[in-house]
Write a protein that binds this ligand. Structure first.
Ligand code: NAD
Length: 508
């Protein structure tokens, strides 16, 4: 008997799926969902099989014709009610997030509010879908483009933002008239089901939004499903790349956002106290499990580096690490034991490869939570380009300090790294800032802003191996991703067309 079956027999609750407006069970396989603070299994989650996915696709297909024809302002009214419900139920949703992800409750509120901002943007869908019109494109001829929905689209999301990342996708997808199937992370699936119920309560017709829980096997079924027209994926780079390749080969439209290694450059003229305050939140917030986390601080000159390291060490000493549900804590545990082991492995490798471990988070003991997946904040100095702690995305509370002599050297490092998600520069000099924003090979850039996550009316995405596909998520790019342009050319009156036949290509 597998440990999963044993746990199921222990009588733990099992989370199912949300299909056609109802919570349903489906699939015989299950996975364990942990409370990362205690290390205990808190529930099981069903992993969808082919029949479960088929019923979700059928529900989405049945709902599509009427939803597509629903006027955009009516769709917006439902989304507006949904936004209000999200706000009313914020504490409950954020508690679910904290208990399964581990992040501190304030951070869960932060992610939810960034998700709500996308819902607010989607409420303007009437304006966003207005289309384009050319009067008198030729004699008596008018031409216009409209943006029609694709049909059924799917979203596959990572564990680290169980509410926000799905909300980067579905509010705009459904606002555009599509129906949606979400496959959330199997590590923290409960928030998605709660959100699905709120959408129903807001008046969303059954089948427009469905949640299919599952793992890699379920994702393969989604990629093979011909009725699904497009896939938005957010997760690690190897999986993003394979999903992009398989999905596009199957004729789907795919945007696949991957991993990151985000550098902050601290110039000699920067306000070091401000930079260090910003770095603390950006490196250790959410235990470093953010795709926009700063994991490398590149200090220009040894003087800045010494000051940054000393202040970081002092600030780290004051951090409170413990269960995220306790609002006094600054940082919670990692998401799973496997995630913890992975980070521990990098700490060993970093030391073996010659980096100086200034603060060793392994010394941490969280009393009463000895089985939790905790690791204290870690700080490496003297990190160099060839080390695996520099090359790889660690996705944990580990900040690497690198020392360079000039802004150009810092920018070379960043531009040569395989990832290009986010970066930032701390400086008081406008010329350096402008040079940096003009020339850095990264998709999202901050100047004295450590986490430059774009607002909902912009779009979010990285360069290089941080994004496969052409369009970013949310904002204006999402309207293009979730619609297909159709261009009409129309002549009125239709009579009195010259009797002479023209064989030349029509021109105005
Ligand atoms: P992950 O790649 O392990 O999983 C993401 C999703 O893919 C999950 O739904 C998972 O069930 C599914 N999946 C896992 N293995 C699969 C496989 N072999 N085939 C098909 N599907 C599979 O990522 P994660 O650990 O949940 O999330 C952390 C990663 O996500 C980090 O690399 C982080 O940088 C990245 N991320 C990126 C962004 C961004 O905007 N670029 C945002 C958030 C997270």
């Amino acid at each position: 008997m597998s440990s999963l079956e044993a746990s199921a027999e222990d009588g733990l609750p099992t989370l199912g799926h949300f299909i056609g407006g109802k919570e349903v069970s489906g699939g015989t396989r299950k996975a364990e969902v942990f409370n990362p603070a205690t290390g205990e299994v808190s529930r099981m989650v069903s992993l969808a099989d082919a029949a479960t996915l088929d019923s979700a696709v059928q529900a989405a297909q049945d709902a599509y014709p009427a939803w597509r024809q629903t006027p955009p302002q009516k769709r917006a009214q439902i989304l507006f009610r949904f936004k209000q419900l999200l706000e009313q139920h914020a504490e409950e949703i954020c508690t679910l997030i904290t208990l399964e992800h581990g992040k501190v409750i304030d951070d869960a509120h932060g992610e939810l509010s960034r998700g709500i901002e996308v819902v607010e943007y989607a409420c303007g869908i009437s304006e966003l879908l207005k289309g384009e019109f050319s009067k008198n494109a030729g004699p008596d001829i008018d031409s216009w483009s409209e943006f029609q929905p694709l049909g059924i689209v799917a979203g596959i999301t990572p564990f680290n933002f169980p509410a926000m990342v799905p909300m980067w996708m579905f509010p705009l997808a459904i606002a555009c008239g599509n129906t949606f199937i979400l496959k959330p992370s199997e590590r923290d699936p409960s928030a998605s089901i709660r959100i699905a119920r709120l959408l129903s309560e807001a008046g969303l017709p059954d089948g427009v939004f469905n949640v299919v829980n599952g793992d890699a096997d379920t994702v393969q079924l989604i990629l093979d499903e011909k009725r699904i027209q497009a896939v938005s994926f957010v997760g690690s780079t190897p999986i993003a790349e394979s999903i992009y390749q398989r999905g596009t080969a199957a004729g789907k439209r795919v945007q696949a956002l991957g991993g990151a290694k985000n550098h902050a450059v601290i110039m000699p003229d920067a306000d070091v106290d401000n930079a260090v305050s910003a770095l603390m939140g950006a490196a250790y917030g959410s235990c470093g499990e953010r795709c926009m986390a700063i994991s490398v601080a590149v200090c220009v000159g040894d003087e800045v580096a010494d000051a940054v390291v000393a202040r970081l060490e002092e600030r780290i000493g004051r951090m409170k690490v413990g269960p995220g549900i306790n609002a006094n804590n600054d940082m919670g545990p990692l998401v799973t034991r496997a995630a913890l082991q992975r980070v521990l492995h990098y700490l060993e490798e970093g030391q073996q490869q010659g980096a100086e471990l200034v603060v060793d988070g392994r010394d941490l003991n969280v009393e009463g939570f000895e089985q939790g997946f905790f690791l204290g904040p870690c700080l490496f100095d003297q990190v160099t380009r060839g080390m695996s702690i520099y090359q790889d995305e660690i996705f944990g509370p580990v900040l690497c300090v690198m020392r360079v002599d000039s802004l150009q050297q810092a920018m070379e490092l960043i531009n040569e790294h395989e990832y290009g998600n986010g970066t930032c520069l701390f400086t008081r000099d406008g010329e350096s800032a402008r040079f940096f924003t003009d020339n850095i090979q990264v998709g999202m850039v901050g100047i004295n802003v450590a986490l430059p996550v774009p607002v909902a009316s912009q779009s979010f995405g990285g360069w290089k191996r941080s994004l496969f596909g052409d369009l970013y998520v949310y904002g204006p790019d999402a309207i293009r991703f979730y619609t297909r342009r159709k261009t009409m050319t129309q002549r009125w009156p239709a009579s009195k067309i010259s009797e002479k036949t023209h064989y030349a290509f029509p021109s105005s």
